[in-house]
Design a protein around this ligand. Structure first.
Ligand code: ACO
Length: 421
């Protein structure tokens, strides 16, 4: 297939088609409006390819997720998150020397500017850590202005962002519990450094639990990229105006915060807690989710792209049992989650709509077992997604066909009218 034809008002228009490397077909309609005067309407962009990308491949029908060609199952837990970040950003896995340098530069750049930390005092104690994180990342562009034409400057700022996001995230938690900040230390993995900064206290030695370090590493990798989702598209949209890296990523953090996106991991846990408090009557919640007169949805179920089991959820479901057992944690919420899943996977409503558990369904239970408070869950998602956002921002910037993103609309408002008299 080399072209697609459109007949509009008896006039025929021809558009080129092309294929992606996995065989998916796209019609190039970039000349549609110029040639025919018409535009497309694709509510929620479910059928629109907004860019060409070589970073992540998803086949939602088959439950496939690959970063730079590698299946997620071959990366999660087998390559450290730092190396997965390198893969997403640079296109290849690092060799030993590159991995060593990359890891060291993360740590060297993980100390936030001391003046930036004063912002923490200005947030109310009730501030959500996602809001704090987005604000801090946005403020970083005032502390680290850079020449956007200079690749070395860009690379340094990428390292600062990757290194400091975990420090800022942990500091926002420390602030909320009234404890002093714990600064990053060299010699620790990304996950272990974060856990230290979260949980070490001045009065006693803190040993990072190996099981928690490993689990967090996998969780970060599973969240590291997911092609053109809401937050990544936001990063590309903002970046397309040539806004700087920090401004673009900060916008992505805000997009991720919403409960229909990354905020779902917090919403899942809150839903499970509510069901537990409501006598464990999970069937009532399944019925509510099916009721068209109720706005309630089963959080952690459904996905725009996956119409089969989310491969990340499949990995997490398995890992969840192992991690909780190794940590000696018995969580009644896990039983509710499994019961909900069992009902949903056999119920016609969910089967007909291809609603399966997504990545957020089990991640919260694991974070909870590690002692991470609920309102930090989405922050951990943001930490994991950082390399993906950066990779997309870089790819967008390097695109020779790149132009500012500017969708059209179908105006449905009042036709022209005039003031009387
Ligand atoms: N519970 C009950 N019904 C649902 C759910 C759910 N979680 N998700 C979708 N549906 C139903 C819708 O009501 C709709 O039914 P209808 O055809 O009878 O009207 C149908 O399934 C299709 O739903 P859409 O909203 O059109 O699907 P969309 O692709 O737009 O939304 C989304 C995907 C936002 C993830 C949705 O499934 C949802 O709200 N899930 C719960 C929130 C969640 O878990 N978000 C995390 C997503 S993963 C991530 O961002 C990392």
């Amino acid at each position: 297939m080399t072209e697609a034809k459109l007949i509009l008002d008896n006039k025929e228009y021809t558009f080129p088609t092309f294929k992606g490397s996995e065989g998916e077909v796209a019609f190039d309609i970039s000349k549609l409006r110029a040639q025919s005067g018409a535009i497309t309407y694709d509510h929620g962009y479910g059928n629109t390819g907004s860019c060409k990308s070589a970073i992540t491949f998803i086949d939602g029908d088959k439950g496939i997720l690959r970063y730079r060609g590698y299946p997620i199952e071959e990366l999660a837990g087998k390559k450290p998150f730092g190396q997965v970040a390198y893969l997403l950003i640079h296109g290849e896995l690092p060799n030993d020397e590159q991995a060593r340098k990359w890891r060291n530069s993360f740590t060297e750049n993980s100390l936030p500017h001391e003046s930036l930390l004063k912002f923490f005092d200005r947030f109310p104690v009730t501030a959500h850590p996602m809001n704090i994180l987005a604000s801090m990342i946005s403020a970083m562009s005032s502390y680290y202005p850079y020449d956007s034409e200079d690749e070395d400057h860009i690379n340094l700022n990428i390292l600062r962002l990757l290194g400091q996001v975990k420090s800022l995230a942990a500091f926002s938690y420390k602030k909320s519990v009234g404890q002093p900040f714990v600064y990053p230390l060299s010699g620790f993995s990304y996950a272990a450094n974060f856990l230290r900064m979260m949980f070490a206290e001045p009065m006693e030695e803190y040993q990072v639990p190996v099981v928690a370090e490993k689990a967090l590493d996998v969780l970060l990798t599973l969240h590291a990229d997911h092609e053109q989702n809401c937050s990544t598209s936001t990063v590309r949209m903002v970046g397309s105006s040539q806004a700087n890296l920090y401004a673009s990523i900060s916008a992505g953090v805000n997009a991720l915060w919403g409960p229909l996106h990354g905020g779902a991991n917090q919403a899942v846990l809150e839903m499970l807690e509510k069901i537990a408090a409501d006598g464990h009557d999970y069937k009532k919640y399944v019925e509510m989710a099916k009721d068209k007169d109720s706005s309630f949805r089963l959080m952690g179920f459904g996905h725009r792209v996956y119409k089969s089991y989310d491969p990340r959820a499949a990995l997490l479901r398995k890992m969840c049992d192992e991690v909780l057992e190794e940590m000696g944690v018995q969580d009644p919420l896990l039983d509710i989650a499994k019961a909900l899943e069992d009902v949903a996977l056999t119920d016609d409503y969910f089967l007909e709509r291809n609603l399966y558990p997504n990545v957020d369904f089990y991640s919260g239970i694991m974070y909870r077992a590690m002692g991470i408070p609920t309102d930090m869950f989405t922050v951990l998602f943001a930490m994991g997604r950082m390399p993906g956002w950066i990779a997309h921002w870089l790819e967008m910037r390097a695109d020779p066909d790149g132009r500012i993103h500017r969708p059209r609309q179908i105006f449905t408002g009042h036709p022209e009218r005039h003031l009387e008299g």
